[in-house]
Design a protein around this ligand. Structure first.
Ligand code: DC
Length: 215
């Protein structure tokens, strides 16, 4: 079974997808980390994320694996180094390159062999990567609320206004891509997470997928 979840940054996709995958015993796939891994390597080499030629080279030479649920970039668990605002913004830029998206999607399909039960989250899981997913969700929330969540996560170390601006910029970039643009898939269940806790969102998802099955 494939449960696919898309939505903009800071909407709670990762927390919910992780929780659902743990409850259901499914494999968890965070596709944003693939773009973050490539963006990270591009920045590490001192190259600009929008430099198409070098970004494609970086994508081809970056090895991405998932071992015991941990994403390894060239064999290394980069942990929080992949989750900075800077890497997020660079990921949004490199992911605008259609050929680079093909490289990522190919790698995702290699990792997720047929028949595996997974919860996959990102921007184009419901539309491009798993268009035949049994369950499709689109999470949304007001930009101001997403910025506040990110502000709290960072312990107030980055100004709220700066975070809000970056979120709006990233939304705009992610919604206007030539391929893999963020949009609501036909027949996706839309959940506004603005006023919901992570576990309330999880409950909504579990209700839709009728889990546990014997209840
Ligand atoms: O989900 P995230 O914030 O970690 O993703 C980082 C960036 O990667 C996001 O701004 C857009 C891009 N991305 C994408 O284009 N397609 C996906 N399936 C997942 C992420």
């Amino acid at each position: 079974m494939v449960i696919a979840i898309d939505g903009p940054a800071g909407v709670g996709k990762s927390s919910v997808a992780r929780m659902i995958s743990q409850k259901c015993g499914f494999y968890y796939l965070n596709s944003g980390l693939f773009y973050r891994a490539i963006a990270y390597n591009q920045l590490l080499k001192g190259l600009a994320p929008h430099d198409r030629e070098s970004a494609l080279k970086t994508a081809s030479s970056t090895s991405i694996d998932i071992k015991d649920g941990v994403l390894l970039v060239d064999g290394v668990d980069l942990g929080s180094r992949l989750r900075t605002q800077e890497v997020g913004m660079a990921a949004s830029i490199v992911s605008s390159i259609p050929e680079l998206r093909n490289i990522v999607n190919r790698r995702i399909r290699e990792i997720v062999d047929n028949g595996l039960d997974i919860v996959a989250e990102g921007r184009d899981m419901t539309t491009v990567v798993f268009p035949d997913a049994q369950y499709k969700f689109y999470f949304d929330a007001k930009p101001s609320i997403r910025a506040k969540r990110r502000f709290d996560e960072l312990g107030g170390s980055v100004e709220y206004d700066k975070i809000l601006k970056e979120i709006e910029k990233r939304d705009n970039n992610d919604r206007n891509k030539v391929s893999g643009a963020l949009k609501v898939a036909e027949n996706a269940v839309v959940v506004d997470t603005s006023d919901l806790t992570i576990s309330q969102v999880c409950d909504r998802v579990l209700k839709v997928i009728k889990w546990p099955k014997n209840k």
